[in-house]
Structures are given as structure tokens and as C-alpha cells.
Design a protein. Structure first.
Length: 304
């Protein structure tokens, strides 16, 4: 029986994977911090010894970017030391490790989309610890695939979409940064991708090379009419959310929305201005969805 270990089940990527992997006919072990703390060496070793996975999908992560600035030890524990422990155990039994990383490993000063081989230079603790996790995996394991993604949203957990819907109900002013650009990515697309990678690994068809991949959602036809390197800003993303919401609650959705600069917003952590990823490497194998269509899907579920 093909065995798949999934960490971080309760997060939005983890829950999306759960929805899509249960009918594959595999022996799947779903874990979260209550059942497997990936930063606990004894727990990780015990799970690998008893379950002996063929594939490990690491969806666990410390993702609170601002909080990480004051809680660097916890962020490093989950984002760096945890992947190190998983890499060590995967190496010992020959398992494939599929790991999620982020555009925050880059400083955002480039005027082009980031490719997999660009030099990382993180601006904050979150980005630094995610880069450390990548480096540990590459140092101790050769059988891995790292998926760098950005601006993940879904119908699950807390994310930018659910936050905007909550803030809109409060009628309070909503200030959103308009000079940071990226690519919103639907967690369900990431889940479908890792299931496809696991299938490829089982069948040994070799469609996916080992190493790094960038993966973020496509903007669809509307994005093809504009500069592909421009992406969308957080403000653009918020406007799209309220545009979809207006179909269910006609009125002045997002009327309290105001565009501000990064300096005016003054968040705790410094964020990259350009977080746009070039996905040309993976696109011939697996193409992402139009994020606006997936946003429509998420709003529809939320408003049902």
C-alpha cells in the first residue's frame, strides 16, 4: 500500500489536501500539531518508524508574518527545524518530501518575476525561517520537491479573503496596501498539485523533476491584457473580493476601502514590494487556475 504522511492538516492547504486525497486508494496519515509536532524529534522519529511513508507532504508552517518578528524562536522551530527533522527521516527511509515555501524568501526589489534560481534575500523573520527550512532540506535530502507559492486563500481557516469579509461587516475603515504586488493562489490548486506529484512518484513516470518549483494562480484573460510582470496589489485583491461579494449583497461593498502605501500602513514586518513568481518551469506539467474564478467559488461557498 502506498503510504502518504500529511502534516499541518488543520491549515487551509492541509484541509484542501484532505478533501482531494482521500479517494486515491492510498494509506494516508493526517496529522496536526496535536498528533505530530514536526519540531519534536522524538515524535517525528516515532511516526516515521511506525508508518514508514513513501511520500511526506509538509503543510505545517508558522505563517503569522508580523508575529514572527517578536516570536522568532517559534517561527524557526516550525519553519526551519521541523523541515530539518522531516528531511532527516525521509532520507533514512527513502521517502519523497514535498514542502511548501514562499515568495517571502526574496526581497522584492526585482522588477521581474522571480524564477527558481534567483538569489534569496528575505526581509523579515518569516522569510528567513522559511529559507532556512529550504536550506536544511537541500543539505540533508536529495529526494524532495519544494513548492514556492504566494498569497494563499481558500474557503478554510483565516486568510485575506475571510479577513476582508469580516472587516467589511464592521463598517470600520479598511486600509489596504497598494504598492505590494503578488499572485493570489487558491489552496485547492496547491492541493491538486501535490496529489498529482504523489501520483507521479508512485507511478515513477518522472514528469516532475526533483528540486524547486514556483507555483501561483493565473490571472486569466483579464491579466493577459496587462503587463504580466505587474501582478495585482493587495488593494486590487480586496477590490476583487468586494466585487464578488456585491453579487450576493448588492450595495456598497467595500465602501470603506482605502489604498495606502507600505509606509503608511506601517506593519511590524517589512514585506517585499514584488512577490510575483515566474511559473514557467511547472506550467507545462501542471497549470494553475484563474484566481478570480476561484475567488468567485470561495465567496459562493462562504455566502451559502
Amino acid at each position: 500500500m502506498y503510504r502518504v504522511l500529511i502534516t499541518g492538516q488543520s491549515g487551509q492547504i492541509g484541509q484542501s489536501i484532505t478533501d482531494r486525497i482521500q479517494h486515491q486508494g492510498w494509506d494516508v496519515l493526517f496529522t496536526d500539531i496535536d498528533t505530530l509536532d514536526i519540531a519534536n524529534a522524538k515524535q517525528v522519529e516515532a511516526v516515521f518508524k511506525t508508518f514508514k511513508p513513501d511520500v511526506v507532504i509538509n503543510a505545517a508552517g508558522y505563517t503569522d508574518v508580523d508575529r514572527a518578528e517578536h516570536d522568532a524562536v517559534a517561527a524557526e522551530s516550525v519553519n526551519a527545524y521541523g523541515p530539518y527533522l522531516l528531511a532527516i527521516q525521509c532520507h533514512s527511509i527513502g521517502a519523497l518530501l514535498i514542502h511548501f515555501s514562499t515568495e517571502y524568501i526574496f526581497n522584492g526589489r526585482s522588477h521581474c518575476r522571480y524564477v527558481e534560481t534567483d538569489t534569496p534575500s528575505p526581509l523579515n523573520v518569516y522569510g528567513r525561517t522559511k529559507l532556512q527550512g529550504e536550506q536544511y532540506i537541500k543539505a540533508y535530502l536529495s529526494h524532495y520537491i519544494i513548492i514556492r507559492t504566494s498569497w494563499v486563500f481558500s474557503e478554510y481557516a483565516q486568510n485575506f479573503v475571510t479577513t476582508m469579509l469580516y472587516l467589511n461587516r464592521s463598517k470600520a475603515p479598511i486600509c489596504i496596501v497598494n504598492d505590494q504586488f503578488g499572485c493570489p493562489t487558491y489552496a485547492g490548486d496547491l492541493a491538486n498539485l501535490v496529489v498529482d506529484i504523489a501520483k507521479d512518484n508512485q507511478a515513477e513516470t518522472g514528469r516532475y523533476q526533483l528540486g524547486d518549483y514556483n507555483f501561483c494562480s493565473d490571472g486569466g484573460d483579464r491579466d493577459r491584457d496587462r503587463d504580466r510582470d505587474s501582478g495585482v496589489s493587495w488593494f486590487d485583491f480586496a477590490c476583487a473580493i468586494f466585487e464578488e461579494l456585491d453579487k450576493y449583497q448588492p450595495g456598497e461593498q467595500g465602501r470603506n476601502l482605502t489604498a495606502v502605501t507600505s509606509e503608511e500602513y506601517a506593519s511590524i514586518a517589512t514585506r517585499p514590494k514584488n512577490g510575483i513568481l515566474n511559473c514557467h518551469k511547472i506550467s507545462p506539467i501542471f497549470r494553475p487556475s484563474d484566481w478570480r474564478r476561484k475567488l468567485r467559488h470561495v465567496i459562493e461557498i462562504t455566502m451559502a
